[in-house]
Design a protein around this ligand. Structure first.
Ligand code: NAD
Length: 446
């Protein structure tokens, strides 16, 4: 099929490349000329494992192109809308202005009979607006929310857990729309990926509800971490035991610094705003609590750092391991690690941040922080080390080697990923979250 993908960010670039790898002829359109330039040359404009290989393949086969010119989508059978829907600058609602601009611009070029498929995460009811932006065209509409996770986005796109098709089942065109989507995803359906057909409202809500559930699970275990600290219990053991119940499961049950990124935080806030608009107070209150527990973890880690330094981090040298919002990505949108780093810097610490992939994205935006690509340089002479993003290389750090570099052997393991016994045996004071240790029981940084 001939397919266009409008918006080539973390979602769209991966989607375009995977569709080309399935044999389709794909054109990716983005307003960001620099990003398009990279993609067109076969380079990923951001770090996503496996993406660059797919982009190279797409270039090699001639089936994948990128452009800033919307008129190049005119011959396409299917158009995927993958532009950003960030949180509004002034409230919790999703900002749909990019979606509106992209849809209106597409409307001017999409040929009659083609199918427009929304992939961006949107508030329930957005399809009504999209229809109005497409008024005057003879295109069909579907909503096909995306569940890929950055860091495993290529695999998630090639082997998704499910495909959700939101359509207007009462519309005479619905069978043709479903056929088009089935043709797009034929290799996935052939491999047995479940396909669920539902109304537009349900498709819009599925994505938000799934993200709200994941956020709930994370904030739940972080609330348990607080309880464990107060009671002298260990949340890592508690979560391990809870997770063995198959009704609960281990995933997303790790207490720590909490979630961030370009999706979960803005999606739960948008969900909250939707609930308020629909007069469903329970979801509004619930999501508010999930959000505040999550953001509270960042303040808690900054407090622990201060307590470990005897009350204030002012004048202390602090090494921060991690800038990306999670491992295996260079995305720093709403990064919990950078949030903590900024809190410590504004409290007077000399903060040096390192990260395997995200330094380039971070250093221009945060001149008040010092960035070092090499972990060794970041940790040299540090009074305190904070592990804030659980990259594999930080999980497997050698405590003896690190001890040679730092000034103080004090570690805040805000992701609870280090073997505390091994680190303590190597002479370190290790402070986790919800691990039952009070700061007063641990040695101060100096
Ligand atoms: P992003 O900011 O990385 O990418 C959005 C892209 O859209 C940018 O490259 C931007 O230049 C482009 N764009 C903006 N206006 C445009 C226009 N008028 N025409 C063409 N391109 C335009 O965002 P993202 O992370 O890729 O997220 C996109 C959407 O997908 C959001 O709704 C998000 O919630 C959803 N989503 C993201 C993920 C993820 O892991 N990132 C997963 C599932 C769903």
């Amino acid at each position: 099929m001939k397919i266009s993908v409008i918006g080539c960010g973390y979602l769209g670039a991966v989607h375009a490349a995977t569709l080309a790898s399935m044999g389709h002829e794909v054109v990716g359109v983005d307003t960001d000329a620099e990003k398009v330039g990279h993609l067109a040359r076969g380079f990923a404009p951001f770090f996503e494992p496996g993406l660059e290989e797919l982009l190279e393949d797409g270039r090699g086969t001639g089936r994948l192109a990128f452009t800033t010119e919307m008129d190049l989508v005119a011959g396409c059978d299917v158009h995927f809308l993958c532009v950003g829907t960030p949180q509004s600058k002034t409230s919790e609602v999703a900002d749909l202005t990019y979606l509106e601009a992209a849809t209106r611009s597409l409307a001017a070029h999409a040929r009659a009979g083609s199918v427009v498929v929304g992939k961006s995460t949107v508030p329930v009811g957005t399809v009504r607006h999209v229809r109005s932006w497409l008024a005057g065209t003879d295109v069909q509409l579907a909503w096909n929310p995306e569940f890929l996770r950055q860091g495993t986005a290529v695999k998630d796109s090639l082997v998704p857990d499910r495909l959700v098709y939101g359509v207007d089942e009462a519309d005479a065109a619905a069978p043709a729309v479903l056929r088009a989507l089935d043709e797009v995803y034929a290799p996935l359906l052939h491999a047995g990926v479940p396909r669920l057909v539902c109304s537009f409202a349900t498709a819009e809500l599925i994505k938000s509800a799934a993200n709200a559930y994941l956020a709930t699970k994370l904030s739940y275990i972080n609330a348990m971490a607080e309880l464990c600290d107060a009671a002298g219990a260990d949340v890592t053991q508690l979560a391990a035991a809870m997770g063995l119940d198959p009704r609960i499961g281990q995933r997303y049950l790790a207490a720590g610094l909490g979630f961030g990124g370009g999706c979960l935080p803005k999606d739960i806030r948008s969900f909250r705003a939707q609930a308020r608009e629909l007069d469903v107070a329970s979801v509004d209150t619930w999501m508010g609590l999930v959000d505040s527990i999550n953001v509270g973890q960042r303040a808690r880690v900054a407090e622990i750092a201060a307590e470990l330094c005897g009350g204030t981090v002012a004048g202390r040298r602090v090494a921060v391991l991690g800038a990306a919002f999670k491992p295996d990505t260079d995305d720093i949108r709403d990064s919990p690690a950078l949030d903590v780093a900024l809190r410590l810097a504004s409290a007077g610490a000399h903060v040096v941040v390192t990260d395997p992939k995200a330094i380039n994205n971070a250093w221009l935006r945060y001149p008040q922080l010092q960035f070092e690509a090499a972990l060794r340089n970041a940790c040299e002479g540090a009074d305190l080390v904070l592990l804030l993003t659980e990259w594999a290389e930080y999980r497997t750090l050698n405590p003896h080697e690190l001890a040679e570099i730092v000034a103080g052997r004090v570690m805040v393991d805000a992701r609870n990923v280090l073997d505390r016994d091994v680190w303590r045996e190597a002479g370190w004071t290790v402070h986790g979250l919800g691990t039952g240790t009070q700061v007063s029981e641990t040695a101060p940084a100096r």
